[in-house]
Write a protein that binds this ligand. Structure first.
Ligand SMILES: Cc1ncc(COP(=O)(O)O)c(C=O)c1O
Length: 458
């Protein structure tokens, strides 16, 4: 019985895959305040030019620099596991596989892009990076990468997660970063939010505004901002996950995958696993590709597709994406990393092009699935990841009903060892489900109406 499929360092992919080149409908460009497509120069106060070039790249394959590979070798290639024990617990004929991204030093997929972004910033002569973090996974990943590459790092952590997950802050400090709760007194935007809503749980949109304001107001020009999801170059860096998974499935003799699953906050771990399979689907393969989100923040399943800002203050360009509106503050569920009002333009466009079948679950269903997983496979997954586990279990149960030998692949995007308070509350019946009211969706549609419309879809 083979449970783990391993690759050695020399088998690791040498290039990232850029889905933008293969999407049936080209991405609608980001727009500036005047409603016209932005130019790379307009982004240069926020990001270094080498990353901006990747953001707009029209190359299908982009070489991974050797020095980045050398850092990734610390934990990559990550193992592909056959979830034999979960299969037995469910009594399913399905073969379930998961890509284990929880083995990175920070505990999630986030270091795949953190290392790349820190490296490109360093190459561009940048000395300090600011960022936001939801659950703390991204902030700790960037703190880890900056400590290896030699950059200062400042993290604005969404208030509710800062309170729920104190150990994440300690991890960031151990790697030499500074972490403060958002909204904070340290930016103009943070102060304005605190004046209006002194008890706000915060949101990723607010934290992004603060981190961008911090970066662009450094007059030395040596600070840039880094985003852990949503943008094209982040999706690109994460594709190493799916490219490895394809090699591993081939190695274990799986020719076809029926279902590919990932949870979605801003879209990066899903994109990382799924985009190489989306490419296969574009080229005729029959694969069900399922992004999974919380019912309390249903960007792909219910929110409109249109232009919107990536942050609450409206500092970022307008991005063509599914969005609940940049002023939307999601309810404080425990999967903090899925509390984002928008969705990556690449994931949003893939949905518009009919390539994805999104699904949403309430948090109690996800915790129940996470317990089934912990008590069979042994791994305590992050609350974000539990959404992918819930979908994998539902697919396996359906395979049982249909008597089908389906192959199911999901992304185990992170472990939940810093998120045990959520498990504690679930086990003590202190959590409840939440569905977003229709009025919230109508309000989102109204908010987006003021912005230009992206090109019509196929
Ligand atoms: C473990 C884990 N999975 C998933 C996510 C969601 O982000 P993304 O959709 O960018 O993968 C996060 C975000 O913080 C996370 O920490």
């Amino acid at each position: 019985m083979q449970i783990k499929v391993l690759l050695n360092e020399s088998e690791m992919p040498r290039q990232w895959y850029n889905l933008a080149v293969d999407l049936p409908t080209p991405l609608a460009p980001p727009l500036g305040p005047d409603g016209k497509p932005i130019t790379p120069d307009m982004l240069s106060a926020v990001f270094p030019m080498n990353l901006i070039e990747q953001e707009v790249s029209q190359e299908r394959w982009i070489d991974i620099p050797e020095q980045i590979l050398e850092i990734l070798y610390r934990w990559r290639p990550s193992p592909l596991h056959r979830a034999t024990f979960l299969e037995k617990a469910l009594g399913t004929p399905a073969r379930i596989y998961f890509k284990n991204e929880s083995v990175s030093p920070a505990g999630s997929h986030k270091p795949n892009t953190a290392v790349a972004q820190a490296w490109y910033n360093k190459q561009a002569g940048i000395q300090r990076i600011t960022t936001e973090t939801g659950a703390g996974q991204w902030g700790s990943a960037l703190a880890f990468a900056c400590s290896l590459i030699g950059l200062e790092c400042k993290v604005y952590m969404v208030r509710i997660s800062f309170d729920q997950k104190p150990f994440r802050k300690m991890m960031m400090e151990t790697w030499g970063a500074t972490c403060i709760p958002s909204p904070s007194e340290q930016t103009e935007f943070g102060r304005s939010i605190l004046r209006q809503f002194p008890n706000t749980p915060g949101s990723l949109g607010i934290a992004i505004s603060e981190a961008v304001e911090d970066a662009v107001s450094d007059t030395s020009g040596k600070t840039r901002y880094s985003l852990g999801s949503v943008l094209n170059h982040v999706m690109l860096h994460q594709t190493i996950i799916g490219l490895e998974a394809k090699k591993q499935l081939e190695k274990i003799g799986e020719r076809n995958v029926d279902v590919v699953i990932g949870c979605v906050g801003g879209g990066s771990n899903f994109a990382g696993l799924a985009f190489p399979f989306v490419c296969d689907k574009i080229n005729g393969k029959d694969i069900d590709i399922i992004p999974v989100e919380p019912t309390s923040c249903p960007t792909l399943t219910r929110a409109p597709f249109g232009y919107d800002h990536g942050d609450t203050a409206g500092l970022t360009p307008l991005l063509a994406m599914h969005s609940l509106g940049h002023k939307f503050i999601p309810p404080p569920i425990h999967a903090g990393g899925l509390r984002y009002h928008g969705m990556a333009p690449l994931v949003s466009q893939a949905l518009e092009d009919g390539l994805l079948n999104p699904r949403s679950y309430p948090q109690l269903d996800c915790y129940e699935a996470a317990l089934t997983f912990a008590r069979s496979e042994g791994i305590i997954v992050a609350p974000e990841t539990s959404h992918a586990v819930a979908a994998a279990i539902q697919e396996a149960r359906q395979a049982t009903e249909e008597g089908k030998e389906k192959v199911i692949l999901f992304n185990l995007s992170g472990h939940g060892l810093m998120d045990l308070y959520g498990y504690h509350k679930y086990l003590n019946n202190e959590l409840s489900n939440h569905w977003l009211a229709d009025e919230e969706i109508q309000r989102a549609a109204k908010d987006l109406k003021d912005f230009p419309k992206p090109h019509q879809t196929v």
